[in-house]
Design a protein around this ligand. Structure first.
Ligand code: NCD
Length: 355
């Protein structure tokens, strides 16, 4: 059981790479940090997601999948807004036959009566077999995982977005989207990935950038207004891993070099004073129809969504705009992840079906 043999104080103060070492003990259990995955994990999860996607095309296949974990229950504890992450986790559970409980608004739970999040999570673990949680508090999922690992009901915690720090399952679906997009072009190795927008506070960028380190000769280019440029800790991680990266504020100049452009919205919910980021001119960092001609013919445009103005809707119909597929990939990779946590990966890979 990961995290059982370490005190909270020691775990809390470790760097993410050291924390990940504890999470890698034994089979996949808590999913908290991008750092806990390896290239091998990413290849396996992608392969499993593709298997699941194919099996789910047939009614018999879907019924097979729904039988696998009918005896399990999942709790979705989302105290921060979410559409895609919440719904794709719901759909992933439904594909595997898992029943779902949810708390999305803590003003309807006993947290309003002053119950701590720790006690809430311990309560969930009394009724459910896995807890999928999103919180505005960075590191909360880690704390909860430690609490449960050291309780009588250690159930796995999946971090579905924590504060400004990490969103590991978004990074998994982003990697899966890149794997699929570059399937016939030698995979992700050697590609140039351009991140655009609020790179300072966007947790999806942080987690994906960390996972991209596992691919050979990938170049990462961070394009943002100077105030929203990627944080120093990510640059330090990339430097330590000898990853080639660049910072830029000239979006148009970078577009022709990209194999994938990863757009993000301004995360103004983190502004320290109201209207702070509205004062930054971000319009130079918007992808519009005009930019399509600058982009390589086989490049892809991604976005974790939700979007605002940073990708104009005219771009949606271009075959290089893959953000809708990316969103659906979230359902498949999350299904693969949950199936792996509950030890069903091999059963799924062995399924023959009619196709
Ligand atoms: C992202 C998030 O919540 O961090 N959304 C998502 O999970 N698809 C990105 C965002 O909110 O901008």
């Amino acid at each position: 059981m990961p995290l059982r043999n370490i005190s909270w104080e020691s775990f809390k103060n470790m760097c993410p790479e050291d924390k990940a070492r504890y999470l890698k003990e034994g089979k996949l259990f808590h999913v908290l940090l991008a750092q806990q995955f390896s290239r091998e994990n990413l290849d396996k999860l992608g392969m499993l997601a593709t298997h699941i996607r194919r099996i789910a095309k047939e009614k018999e296949g879907l019924i097979f999948l729904q039988e696998l974990l009918r005896h399990k229950r999942a709790m979705l504890y989302f105290s921060q807004p979410s559409t895609r992450t919440f719904l794709s986790f719901c759909a992933a559970c439904q594909i595997l036959g898992i029943s779902i409980g949810e708390v999305r608004d803590t003003s309807t739970s006993s947290e309003l009566k002053g119950e701590s999040q720790e006690d809430s999570v311990r309560t969930f673990s009394s009724y459910f077999d896995i807890i999928i949680m999103r919180s505005q508090i960075g590191g909360l999922a880690e704390r909860m995982a430690w609490v449960l690992s050291n309780s009588e009901r250690p159930v796995p915690i999946i971090n579905a977005g924590s504060g400004k720090d990490q969103h590991p399952t978004q990074a998994l679906l982003d990697i899966y989207t890149l794997q699929r997009s570059f399937e016939k072009r030698g995979g992700i190795d050697g590609k140039t990935i351009v991140f655009v927008g609020d790179l300072l506070r966007g947790r999806t960028v942080r987690s994906l950038s960390i996972l991209l380190r596992y691919y050979k000769d990938v170049k990462q280019i961070f394009v943002a207004p100077p105030q929203l440029q990627v944080a120093q800790d990510i640059m330090d991680i990339l430097t330590a891993s000898k990853v080639s990266f660049e910072l830029s504020s000239d979006f148009e100049k970078v577009i022709p070099r990209a194999d994938a452009i990863y757009m993000t919205r301004i995360q103004d919910e983190w502004d320290s004073e109201k209207g702070e980021s509205a004062r930054i001119d971000t319009s130079k960092y918007w992808f519009t129809a005009r930019h399509l001609s600058l982009l390589k013919s086989d490049a892809v445009i991604m976005h974790p969504l939700p979007r605002r103005n940073e990708i104009s809707t005219e771009v949606d119909h271009d075959p290089r705009a893959v953000y809708w597929r990316q969103m659906r990939n979230g359902m498949w990779i999350r299904t693969a992840l949950i199936a792996t946590i509950f030890g069903q990966d091999q059963v799924i890979l062995n399924y023959q079906g009619n196709n």
